[in-house]
Design a protein around this ligand. Structure first.
Ligand code: ADP
Ligand code: MG
Length: 695
């Protein structure tokens, strides 16, 4: 793209979006699609056929040769199975074919995707079904059709189906609340999400030399470089040309796919960057974030770079997270978390706020579990990301409002007014408070909540399913209580006061990185699930299962399957890391340091023969020899322990956490000390200063 004037043309050019549909479909079919999206009515086959034909024509014009149902299995990445459009046309010729049936429903051999035991092996097929609320797009010559993925008996095998269910549920309950406030028009409330994505860029040649990066996405070894992020000179710093070229290319690719990539900047750690899109409905945001992660990696490859999305590629410098900005808006675009300017609007805002506060307090443990996986254990609570304790930051202004409601005292605004819910307006709540708290796991930022515990590599689906569902639950309780009320304003005021009083422990405006907060949180009775091994069992607690089953988000089997997949994944990841570590120690580090020690000994021998002092050589060789033996012993122990992982999945997870992780820490300590003593010519792979300060 040469000039920015072409941007409007470029934007969404690879998306079969609403405008394209309007252009290319008969008005009857366009309308049928539209009602399907707004009211959830099914598409009839003739409409599907027409859409499929138009989609195919459009895609072929754009150079596509294949189509694929594009779905999000429970692995957290996306899956695709490509079929070409070609069909024999007689006489050795072909034609391009794509029917409504192929658009709407596809079959897939589901047996290689994790199912957590949901699918018996004799019935290994699953099917994919078009999600007409998400636009089809072209990626690398294939028309990609966003789909849900289910087993034949109807269980969700993916991350999209429950997200759509949770969006419907929170909409249903929110509309009930809006009716209480006299809104008779809103048909649907839509979850809005803007995910900010952090990532690292490193040189491809260096990456290729590190087995740990290739197999695990993070370094398992590496002494601290002389310079890390101490100077804080990287954050928002000038973007270097190679990175700038990458970012421009990335933006263009994303714009073509209709992703509203908006902000880009350097992050705190060297080689770390961030991309933020403009928010959109949660379903599209989730699809698009999956695309963003994929495109980030692909574009990096073209630039001789590798994009790392692991939560902690390098020890000692900040890892990468994802901020999930979440809010609810009506189908007319009115944000329900925006404090209003009239008493009625602000009473409604306070009720939604109360639902959120109560929901996060009631389901802290579940929210924590949605961000629990091995990569994120390196970040949460490590002074670079929020602690493992959930709390909500409301800011001074809103906290003062909440406190006055709790205490029943009069709220003073500029010494003039007192606040009565439903009678007065709220004081101004700043929307962009630049010095706002960045250490909070869940921060109110004026008109949305920013859930900051997500890891960079994870799908945002799980956390948003949880937020939607817990808010739906609280709104349902409120609606059940208020709908029969004879004195709406009085009962509303009582409810809001009661909820804030009972759940004020979850509100915390202080420094979340402070150790004292953890003690304080414990006194408040907040849950502190330090690691993934502590958090994952929360998936299947009675209370949490009941919530999701009651709202029809997951069946009992679906939620158990998900827990099982996460638990198995934990052991799988830790085992791969352990095996990679053993391999690198045995085949790279031990031979290298032994060789170097030998070189030192030979030099010492020659010097000694010349009656020269050789303390440097002998002393260093002695230290290296001792550490070499230590490292070997650590490696042997790790190998023995690795062979003894228990069979049962929950036991295996706890064992990996309690036994293998400490083993790996011991081995790393010895290896990193060896790195600092070894001549760089002998060290077998690039070190931190090469990796972090090269691009
Ligand atoms: P930050 O200072 O954290 O970068 P921004 O205000 O730039 O905050 O917003 C970060 C993200 O939040 C962006 O993706 C933005 O589109 C999104 N966002 C803004 N408003 C809303 C909203 N009402 N609901 C959901 N996401 C939102
Ligand atoms: Mg942010």
């Amino acid at each position: 793209m040469s000039t920015t004037t072409k941007l409007p043309e470029l934007f969404g050019s690879m998306v079969f979006n609403e405008e394209t549909m309007k252009e290319r479909l008969s008005s009857a079919s366009y309308k049928a699609w539209k009602t399907c999206v707004t009211d959830g009515t099914p598409l009839d086959i003739s409409t599907a056929n027409e859409i499929a034909e138009a989609m195919k024509q459009w895609a072929v014009e754009k150079g596509a040769t294949h189509y694929t149902h594009w779905f999000q299995p429970m692995t957290g990445v996306t899956a695709e199975k490509h079929d070409s459009f070609i069909a024999p046309a007689g006489g050795g010729r072909i034609m391009m074919e794509f029917s409504g049936k192929e658009l709407v429903r596809g079959e897939s051999d589901a047996s290689s995707f994790p199912s957590g035991g949901l699918r018996a092996t004799f019935e290994a097929r699953g099917y994919t079904a078009w999600d007409p609320t998400s636009f089809a797009f072209i990626k690398e010559g294939s028309l990609c059709i966003p789909t849900v993925f289910c087993s034949y008996s109807g269980e969700a095998l993916d991350k999209k189906t429950p997200l759509l269910r949770s969006m419907d549920e929170v909409s249903r309950q929110a509309v009930r609340i809006l009716r209480l406030f006299g809104d008779t028009e809103t048909k649907r409330v839509i979850t809005q999400v803007g995910p900010e994505q952090e990532y690292f860029l490193i040189d491809k040649k260096m990456y290729a030399q590190r087995e740990d990066l290739r197999f695990c996405g993070r370094t398992l070894f590496g002494a601290k470089p002389p310079k890390g992020q101490e100077l804080e000179d990287h954050y928002y710093g000038a973007i270097r040309p190679r990175v700038a070229a990458y970012m421009q290319d990335l933006d263009e690719e994303l714009w073509k796919l209709g992703v509203l990539s908006k902000t880009k900047h350097n992050e705190v750690a060297p080689s770390q960057h961030e991309m933020a899109p403009i928010y959109t409905d949660a379903n599209s945001a989730c699809d698009q974030n999956q695309l963003v992660m994929e495109i980030m990696k692909k574009v990096a490859d073209r630039h001789g770079l590798v994009c790392l999305l692991h939560e902690k590629p390098f020890a000692g410098v900040n890892g990468s997270g994802k901020h999930d900005n979440w809010s609810l808006s009506t189908d007319k675009g009115r944000n329900l978390f925006k404090p209003g300017s009239t008493p009625r609007q602000n009473a409604q805002f306070l009720l939604f706020l109360a639902a959120f506060v109560k929901g996060v307090d009631d389901y802290q443990d579940f929210l924590r579990a949605t961000v629990a996986f091995p990569g994120n254990d390196h970040r949460l609570g490590a002074q670079e990301a929020p602690p493992a304790v959930l709390s909500i930051f409301l800011g001074d202004e809103l906290t003062a409002v909440v406190e006055s409601i709790i205490q029943g005292t009069e709220f003073q605004e500029a010494g003039k007014r007192t606040l009565k819910i439903g009678v007065d307006t709220l004081p101004a709540i700043p929307q962009d408070n630049t010095d706002r708290n960045r250490t909070s796991p869940m921060a109110f930022t004026g008109n949305k909540f920013e859930f900051r515990m997500l890891g960079a590599s994870q799908s945002i689906s799980g956390p948003n399913i949880a937020l939607n569902t817990i808010v739906a639950e609280e709104l349902e309780q409120f609606a059940d209580e208020l709908e029969p009320s004879q004195d709406f304003r009085g009962d509303l005021e009582k409810l809001i006061r009661r909820v804030f009083t009972e759940h004020q422990r979850i509100i915390f405006n202080g420094n979340g990185y402070d150790e004292a907060w953890i003690d304080e949180a414990e006194r408040r009775g907040l849950s502190n699930l330090v690691s993934t091994a502590d958090a994952l069992p929360m998936y299947t607690s009675r209370k949490n299962m009941d919530l999701f089953i009651k709202h029809g988000i997951y069946t009992k089997e679906e939620i158990e399957a998900r827990a099982e997949i996460h638990i198995e994944n934990y052991s799988a990841v830790i085992s791969i890391e352990a095996k990679t570590m053993i391999d690198m120690i045995r085949h790279q580090i031990l031979p290298a340091v032994s060789k170097y020690a030998d070189a030192l000994c030979q030099r010492a021998y020659h010097k000694d023969a010349m009656h020269l002092p050789c303390q440097y050589e002998t002393g260093t060789a002695a230290r290296i020899a001792a550490l070499t033996d230590t490292l070997m012993a650590c490696c042997d122990k790790l190998e023995r322990d690795l062979a003894a992982i228990p069979e049962e999945t929950m036991d295996a997870m706890c064992y990996c956490h309690n036994v293998l992780i400490p083993d790996m820490a011991d081995a790393r300590k010895a290896a990193d000390q060896l790195e600092t003593l070894t001549d760089s010519e002998f060290w077998p792979f690039p070190v931190y200063s090469d990796l972090l300060f090269y691009v």
